[in-house]
Design a protein around this ligand. Structure first.
Ligand code: NAP
Length: 313
């Protein structure tokens, strides 16, 4: 495609994800104009300094002339953001988002979108543990999945809008997959939400253990713990909202996880090395499948090559 997919986009919430979309849209030419708003005056000032686009003092002004509006705020703030932009949206505009949970967020957007606006929930499977406009970078979405969760039975104009949004994300370098809302929430509960909960929990357990010195935890962190601390450094607001908004799917996974953990605990107690070996071998196979699919690298530090060139970890 030669020209921009959208002549004008608006981004509400200029954090890691919003800031990355702004940079990528301009760098790739996927959008002609980038209009920005954030609830925080400091963030708006920062976005102006970073020259991420045209910054407005209200959400309504930012979205007024946009063909496509991206809500890039924590899941728990989507309703408020959608309410602020709803009355100002153009007929035929797309209202999308990037939140990590989909069913509740989609309902919140639908509640505030006027007739004639296409609500298309979405989620980029890309990110880091950093927050804020400084943390964003244009290559974040390259070779990453972007999941779109189109609403059902919306008609031809809606389907054309979904295709257009998919094209936008492809121009940013993403691979687009379409998935029903509930399925997204179940899949992400096990692949993303539960791992974050485990990371938060293991880090706090390690720090609360009276038998281990805090200094020792830091000093010997390379033994597996360090990778958990990276995940556990993720934004507390975002992750609080993820668990509150994907409660059922996470609780279901947690139930299964607890049962499986209890089986490993029993195997250790009873010296059942066969069971441990079998389970660990199976897990190793899953890691190999991820590497074979080109979704990660076997390099030291997991070859985290989606980081900004200057490091950023
Ligand atoms: P972030 O860096 O914390 O940025 C979010 C920004 O939105 C903040 O500047 C925040 O301001 C602002 N904001 C909050 N409520 C607002 C409102 N009602 N109107 C306008 N601005 C508002 O967050 P992020 O990491 O970019 O995450 C944004 C979304 O992307 C979340 O829904 C998250 O689930 C999703 N996501 C994140 C990742 C990741 O790795 N981080 C990956 C995929 C998807 P204040 O700080 O002042 O509240």
């Amino acid at each position: 495609m030669s020209g921009p997919v959208f002549s004008s986009i608006a981004i509400v919430g200029i954090g890691l994800i919003g800031g990355s979309i702004a940079r990528a849209a301009r760098e790739t030419g996927a959008a002609g104009e980038v209009r920005l708003f954030d609830a925080s005056a400091d963030v708006r000032a920062k976005a102006t300094t970073l020259d991420l686009g045209t910054v407005f003092d209200s959400a309504a002004e930012a979205v007024a002339e946009a063909d496509c509006v991206f809500l890039c705020v924590p899941s728990g703030a989507i309703g408020k953001a959608a309410e602020a932009v709803g009355p100002a949206l153009q007929q035929g505009a797309i209202l999308t988002d990037v939140a990590s949970v989909k069913a509740e967020v989609a309902a919140a957007m639908q509640a505030h979108a006027p007739e004639g606006v296409h609500v298309i929930p979405g989620h980029p499977i890309a990110g880091t543990e950093q927050s804020g406009p400084d943390a964003g970078f244009a290559s974040l979405f390259q070779r990453a999945w972007h999941i779109l969760c189109p609403l059902e039975d919306q008609g031809d104009a809606y389907n054309a809008a979904v295709d257009r949004l998919a094209l936008f994300w492809q121009m940013l370098g993403a691979e687009v997959e379409r998935m029903p809302l509930a399925r997204h929430d179940r899949v992400l509960a096990i692949t993303s939400h539960l791992p974050h909960l485990i990371a938060y929990n293991i880090v706090s357990t390690a720090y609360d253990m009276e038998s281990v010195d805090e200094g020792e935890v830091v000093k010997y962190s390379a033994g597996g713990f360090r990778d958990f601390t990276r995940i556990a450094a993720s934004d507390p607001t975002m992750w609080r909202d993820v668990f509150l908004n994907n409660r059922e799917a996470v609780l279901e996974c947690l139930g299964r996880f607890s049962e499986d953990l209890a089986a490993l605990q029993r195997a250790i107690r009873h010296g059942d090395g066969d069971l441990l070996f079998r389970e660990f071998t199976r897990a190793r196979g899953i890691r190999k499948a991820i590497l074979d699919a080109g979704l990660d690298s076997a390099k030291v530090n997991f070859g985290r090559d989606r980081r900004p060139p200057d490091g950023g970890e």
